[in-house]
Design a protein around this ligand. Structure first.
Ligand code: SF4
Length: 243
């Protein structure tokens, strides 16, 4: 067992002034080195402070709920083993998004961007008798992008999004690329037009923060570069001022 110190940035809307300085609180937990930080948080809540607030759902890296800033880098608490962290772990809510309480942030701005790129299939032609099938090669083109669990780690770590909240952000752009590449989708032109506007992929500076924090190892910057190349090929040039 190892003794792990958790230093947690806390904010309680009922006690703290909105926008005021957050409080830092420390807790010590005895942990098996192979336990995840999420296990430590659960133990703090159960045995030390029931008011500590964080999100969790699947606890297996499939839902993205426990995304937070861990020792300065966005990650999932359920994927971070105690043995891979220093003796003192610093936990903060995901940056950029408004804090609701402690480690819980308001994800509405993130999901609004996802919604703006029409994250659903738009197929043409009559309904098939069974499913709309794809070949393994066609599926292979979107396989990486469909691994996205919409945790928000990428958009929250993007300096361009931090500077301009109108930017669609990396997660929404990956979602757009995923449907443009989908052999069953019939709306690539509308989709490309929607994401090549002034708040779209031309704002990306290829900084790679998104790629580095993605818990699913999705080549986010690669997808955005692919969108740019496709736009040039199809003559969807950057809006004036971004050329
Ligand atoms: Fe999370 Fe990766 Fe999806 Fe971004 S692309 S929302 S980091 S899973």
């Amino acid at each position: 067992m190892v003794s792990k110190k958790f230093k947690i940035k806390r904010f309680d809307p009922e006690k703290d002034i909105p926008g005021g300085k957050p409080r830092w609180e420390e807790f010590t937990v005895e942990m098996d080195p192979f336990e995840r930080l999420l296990d430590g948080l659960v133990r703090i809540k159960e045995a030390q402070d029931g008011s500590l607030t964080f999100r969790l759902s699947c606890a297996h890296g499939m839902c993205g709920s426990c995304a937070m800033k861990i020792n300065g880098k966005n990650a999932l608490a359920c994927q971070t083993l105690a043995k891979n962290t220093p003796e003192a772990v610093v936990l903060e809510p995901l940056p950029v998004f408004p804090v609701i309480k402690d480690l819980v942030v308001d994800m509405d701005p993130f999901f609004e961007k996802i919604g703006a790129v029409m994250p659903w299939l738009v197929a043409d032609g009559p309904h098939p008798e069974r499913e709309r099938s794809q070949s393994p090669e066609e599926l292979g083109k979107i396989m990486d992008a469909i691994k996205c669990i919409m945790c928000g780690c990428c958009t929250s770590s993007c300096p361009v999004y931090r500077a301009d909240r109108d930017y669609l952000g990396p997660a929404a752009l990956v979602k757009a690329a995923r449907f443009i590449l989908d052999s069953r989708d019939a709306t690539w032109k509308e989709r490309l037009k929607a994401v090549s506007g002034e708040n779209g992929f031309w704002m990306c500076h290829s900084i790679y923060n998104c790629y580095e924090v993605c818990p699913r190892s999705i080549d986010i910057t690669g997808y955005i570069a692919w969108l740019k190349r496709l736009a040039v090929k199809k003559m969807f040039f950057p809006p004036k001022g971004q050329r």
